[in-house]
Design a protein. Structure first.
Length: 135
């Protein structure tokens, strides 16, 4: 299902009851062997059924695997929906403390220690060029 060509093949089969492999392959700019590989993957996944009549192979969509996938996805959608509903109820019911009021302009605000200057002086860098040898 991750491949856009496979999704397009399934969409075409969803629009019509049954299509031959050549009819399915017609609108795609890929080779017939490439389409056959996509159809192999879809057949292995149980999403399509191929039937051979004479020299013509027809493909038909099967819904059962998609129904199972949808049931699985719906179960998790319900699980997460309930979790988010509980979170929303908690946030709405919780009494949150009010933030402290801002100091008046006349009150002095002390700087934090991290903004204070360092007691240690700056280390001086060596002048550009070669370092003197220490012999």
């Amino acid at each position: 299902m991750s491949d856009p060509t496979r999704r397009a093949l399934l969409a075409r089969l969803g629009e019509q009851d049954s299509l031959s492999v050549s009819e399915l392959a017609a609108p795609f700019p890929v080779s017939l062997p490439a389409i056959m590989k996509h159809l192999d993957v879809l057949t292995d996944a149980g999403l399509i059924v191929r039937e051979k009549t004479g020299r013509t192979v027809s493909c038909r969509l099967t819904a059962q695997p998609m129904e199972r996938a949808m049931n699985w996805l719906n179960r998790y959608a319900q699980f997460w929906s309930e979790k988010f509903d509980r979170l929303a109820a908690f946030v709405e019911e919780e009494k949150w403390p009010t933030p402290p009021s801002q100091p008046n302009a006349q009150q002095s605000v002390q700087a934090s220690p991290s903004r204070a200057g360092s007691a240690r002086g700056r280390k001086k860098s060596t002048p550009p060029g070669r370092k003197p040898s220490s012999s």
